[in-house]
Design a protein around this ligand. Structure first.
Ligand code: C6P
Length: 408
């Protein structure tokens, strides 16, 4: 198998459009990835043919919808290398996955004086859920600092671990800086002090090998929409023994075994955590996206993304007045940058005029901005469909920024 980027690009209808008179150059996959035609068709076919609720009826449409919904879970089991279907819970996305763990395992186990270890590069979704549970339990949040290039050192993690640490929750990769964290090594050290390990896989799942058994974590949360699937759906993987011992997150239909006014009992895993009618078509679309993703030559894909990233870093760094933010040795294909004298939102607007889509702002990682004493950055993030030519278009747009802001 080889990596044929032109053939892959042809599978993404959104790339066929022009924006402001130019071919779209989509450099915002860290926010949400574009969707291949087969994912769009999978979702459409649910509504066109298999439009029914799941787990609830004996009629043909419901049987088909249920089989496809559960079939998508089987794909996720293979994607994660999970031990069983019981470990794979559908959620709305990474955010809900982390909130689920915080509000169930966290509320059950955390006591006054316990510690939750996070890093300075976390997304708000891996900070605020822990602040909420800390406020209710009296637990304390401890933060591992990042270095000037945006790395997390194992020594800094070790120095903050103790018998008080009950939860270590870290990103697999940073959305603002691209940094890949040494999750396996962090998990080994966290387990040595008896803590559980939660991984925010929002940026890891689309760019890094995800084998939850090899990573050695206890929970791994990711979002469908960042891995070429629909929005509104994600996965929380958790070790069965932990999930089994946790109370339900939300109550409602499907998560119960029996309900009476004298008390209710819970469905088996993973359904205990799937209350109410789920986003059925989105789950089926996610299964299709994961299948699409697993069929790629991963070694070639990761090498391709790294090539585009290295080229982008080199070209950006060569523009006078442009500063790279986040230059860790191990990175996913994300690059934040600043242009001297130009606000990132102006940079984004001018680039949009060239058909180049980047994200600007604090990227829901305000502590990262604080660390680097900046309010915001512009961020180019790459997916499997991006090329060196896309980087050239970004640079062309930035040259216009330089002209407009008197830097060139
Ligand atoms: N980051 C970005 O542009 P949800 O919204 O639940 O799908 O994912 C939240 C999330 C959690 N962790 C990390 C590391 C993330 O990058 C994100 C989403 C997007 O960077 C939108 S803020």
């Amino acid at each position: 198998m080889s990596f044929d980027v032109a053939a892959l690009r042809a599978q993404f209808p959104a790339l066929e459009q022009r924006v402001n008179g130019r071919p779209l150059v989509y450099l915002d996959s860290a926010a949400t990835a574009l969707k291949p035609r087969r994912v769009i068709e999978a979702v459409e076919s649910v509504y066109a043919a298999d439009c029914a609720n799941i787990h609830r009826a004996v009629h043909a449409l419901s049987q088909r919808a249920t089989a496809r919904y559960e079939g998508a879970r089987d794909v996720a089991v293979r994607f994660l290398n999970a031990k069983s279907r019981a470990e794979v819970v559908y959620t709305r996305g990474t955010t809900e996955g982390i909130n689920l763990v915080a509000q169930t395992w966290g509320l059950e186990h955390l006591r006054e004086g316990d510690e939750i270890l996070l890093t300075e590069l976390e997304h708000h979704s891996n900070i605020v859920p822990w602040q909420l549970v800390a406020a209710r339990t009296g637990a304390k949040i401890v933060v591992v600092p990042i270095t000037d290039v945006g790395e997390v050192s194992l020594e800094d993690v070790e120095a903050r671990l103790s018998s008080r640490t009950k939860i270590v929750s870290v990103a697999h990769a940073s959305n603002a800086l691209g940094t890949v964290l040494p999750v396996k090594e962090i998990a080994e050290r966290a387990h040595a002090v008896g803590a559980i390990v939660v991984v925010d896989g929002a940026q890891g799942a689309p760019h890094l090998p995800v084998d939850v058994q090899a990573l050695g974590c206890d929970f791994y949360a990711f979002s469908g929409h960042k891995i070429y699937g629909p929005s509104g759906i994600g996965i929380l993987w958790g070790k069965e023994a932990l999930l089994d011992a946790m109370p339900p997150y939300q109550g409602g239909g499907d998560m119960i075994d029996h309900v009476s006014f004298s008390g209710s009992t819970w469905n088996e895993l993973p359904y205990k955590f799937e209350a109410g009618t789920p986003p059925i078509a989105s789950a089926i679309g996610l299964g299709e996206a994961l299948q699409f993703f697993m069929e790629l030559d991963h070694e070639a894909l990761f090498a391709h993304e790294q090539d585009v990233l290295a080229y982008a870093m080199e070209r950006l760094a060569s523009i006078p007045g442009v500063t790279l933010v986040g230059t860790a040795k191990q990175k996913v294909a994300v690059q934040s940058f600043l242009v001297e004298g130009a606000h990132p939102s102006d940079v984004g607007t001018i680039l949009d005029g060239f058909g180049v889509a980047v994200r600007t702002g604090h990227h829901c990682a305000q502590p990262v901005m604080e660390r680097f004493c900046i309010p915001a950055t512009a961020r180019a993030s790459f997916g499997l469909y991006n090329t060196r030519e896309d980087v050239d278009a970004l640079i062309e747009g930035l040259e216009q920024v330089q002209r407009l802001f008197g830097n060139a």
